[in-house]
Design a protein around this ligand. Structure first.
Ligand SMILES: [Zn+2]
Ligand SMILES: [Zn+2]
Length: 551
């Protein structure tokens, strides 16, 4: 098990413990441990060097749980809990706006253990009899059920993508496999996906199935079937499509989707083509090759026909990260460790942007601490070629003013401004609040502009289109925050920002060096938003960026 798997398992245990009705703290301690492990050093190293217990917030019991699961490769604790908690409850916590505590309460009070029963109880107004379930809560739950039904069961791209590529690696290593590729929503870099999908070209299906079995993947093997399905890690459904050679290219297109894109291609004669090469297939129906990120059946076919497709950014174009936290606030690493990690990424510059004073929960920095940090940056700067920008993630306070005075903000190399409080403001208030930050000449980037946490928290009520329109008259960039559950702005808003001529910064908001890898997700979101190098601040060479920030 790696850190991600351990973190996921701890989260699941946390949820199960809450569903079982244990104390609120029990569940939270597992969830806190999960976040910690996600960001810490490799789990095997922590265990071998006996450092697990040194992590703040990991007690003896959780430490033992972690050691057990790493040793066994699965968690007996989680398995036991799953036997104790009714299946339906586990489905119910996937409904947005419904916490595990609420699910437990509904089960205890009204014996509701399925979504179906929940809907009936809402319709018959029985829910109102439970303490804490007023009209507005019930309204939230109702809209949560609707959302859940619309999207079905989905998983964060950040969870599914590494899983898909680890399966792909295993598959490509089999000698009976001639070619294989990740397809579906993951290849299109959608922020949430319903399954892992892989297309495989093999000359020996039977051998392929046997090798899967050897790798502990159980499929009820039916030689005639061309789609194999099983449940992968994190309970994510995995689909493997076996494709014949002459159709490999076109089936790769079909399985990559989207459905609308494929329909449009069919109208152009897609199904008549015979090629194992995707590029040739597009070419033979009169189109330039369309990157998977753009295949949403939107405007890409027209652009491909006229040879007007954007020259999309790719991960290798990223030369810096403009939103990072160090251990001065709530990050895990020292500034020097961040610089070293940036060096490994091949970056030219990074910005250290710890939290500002008001954000006490994240150990926000006072002016004195910031001056201290600047002295350290000056000291380290001498040792490295990478430019270390003195930055801050300053809180946008409830009235739209910033957490530091302008004369102090002026002295930073770069200022990211973000909302971290008062999420419940009305739309007018929230929109005006963020517009005020946009207009502040000291602010360079608006961080995670809508505040959403995918599958956990809806965006706050901001008219983001109005904010973006307003921003076009200012020198301001918007962030794509690459955290797996943020990806904020989303691709739709990025496209709008681009059309308005606004600049974008693709940041990881890393709280540990492990999270630098999330840049992949941010870039994918940017690719879906048609971004090119010129649109993205941190694709610019160092001198160009510094001149922009000074100007
Ligand atoms: Zn933030
Ligand atoms: Zn941040």
């Amino acid at each position: 098990m790696d850190n991600r798997e351990v973190a996921w398992t701890l989260l699941e245990i946390g949820k199960m413990v809450e569903l079982r009705g244990d104390s609120k703290f029990a569940g939270q301690s597992y969830k806190r441990a999960a976040r910690l492990i996600e960001r810490s050093e490799p789990i095997k190293k922590l265990i071998d060097e006996n450092k697990l217990r040194n992590l703040e917030g990991i007690g003896d019991r959780i430490a033992q749980n972690i050691m057990d699961m790493v040793k066994l490769g699965h968690s007996p604790k989680l398995e036991k809990l799953r036997e104790q908690v009714p299946c339906g409850l586990r489905e119910m916590i996937d409904i947005p706006n419904l916490t595990s505590q609420k699910v437990h309460l509904l089960y205890k009070e009204l014996n509701i253990d399925t979504i179906d029963k929940l809907e009936k109880a809402i319709a018959s107004k029985r829910l109102l009899s439970v303490k804490g379930f007023g009209l507005s809560t019930i309204g939230d739950i109702k809209s949560g059920i609707e959302q859940y039904k619309q999207r079905g069961r989905t998983f964060l791209l950040g969870l599914a993508l590494p899983l898909a590529y680890s399966y792909l690696k295993e598959i490509r290593e089999m000698d009976c496999v001639k070619n294989a590729e990740v397809v579906g929503e993951i290849r299109r870099m959608k922020e949430t996906v319903s399954s892992v999908e892989i297309i495989v070209l093999t000359d020996d299906t039977q051998k392929f199935l046997t090798t899967l079995k050897k790798n502990n993947i159980e499929i009820d093997s039916n030689k005639e079937k061309r789609t194999l399905e099983f449940e992968g890690n994190y309970n994510i459904p995995v689909k493997i499509y076996l494709s014949p050679e002459e159709k490999y290219g076109i089936e790769k297109i079909i399985y990559t989707g989207s459905e609308k894109h494929v329909q449009d291609l069919e109208a152009l004669g897609l199904l008549k083509q015979r090629s194992d090469n995707e590029g040739q297939v597009y070419d033979s129906i009169g189109l330039k090759y369309i990157p998977p990120f753009l295949r949403e059946g939107d405007r890409e076919i027209e652009l491909a026909r006229d040879d007007r497709l954007p020259n999309l950014i790719s991960v290798k174009d990223i030369v810096g990260d403009l939103h990072l936290h160090s251990h001065y606030s709530d990050g895990l690493n020292s500034i020097e460790e961040l610089v070293k990690a940036a060096k490994r990424m091949g970056y030219q510059y990074i910005a250290i942007t710890d939290h500002s004073q008001s954000l006490k929960i994240a150990k926000g920095l006072t002016k004195e601490r910031i001056l201290e940090q600047w002295r350290e940056i000056d000291r380290i700067q001498g040792k490295y070629h990478i430019k270390i920008l003195k930055g801050i993630e300053v809180d946008i306070l409830a009235d739209g003013s910033l957490d530091f005075q302008d004369d102090f903000l002026e002295q930073f190399d770069i200022v990211v401004a973000s909302v971290h409080s008062h999420f419940k403001q009305h739309q007018n208030e929230m929109t005006a609040r963020i517009m005020k930050a946009v207009a502040n000449p000291n602010v360079d980037i608006i961080g995670h502009a809508t505040g959403r946490l995918i599958q956990k928290r809806m965006p706050y009520d901001v008219d983001i289109k109005k904010v973006l329109n307003y921003a076009k008259d200012y020198k301001i960039a918007f962030e794509i925050n690459s955290s797996p559950d943020r990806l904020d702005l989303n691709s739709e808003n990025i496209l709008l920002a681009k059309e308005l001529g606004l600049k974008i910064a693709i940041n990881t908001d890393s709280h540990s060096t492990l999270e630098f890898a999330n840049i992949l997700l941010g870039v994918g979101t940017g690719q879906r938003g048609y971004l090119e190098k010129k649109d993205v601040l941190n694709c610019w060479e160092k001198e160009e960026l510094l001149a922009y920030l000074r100007g």
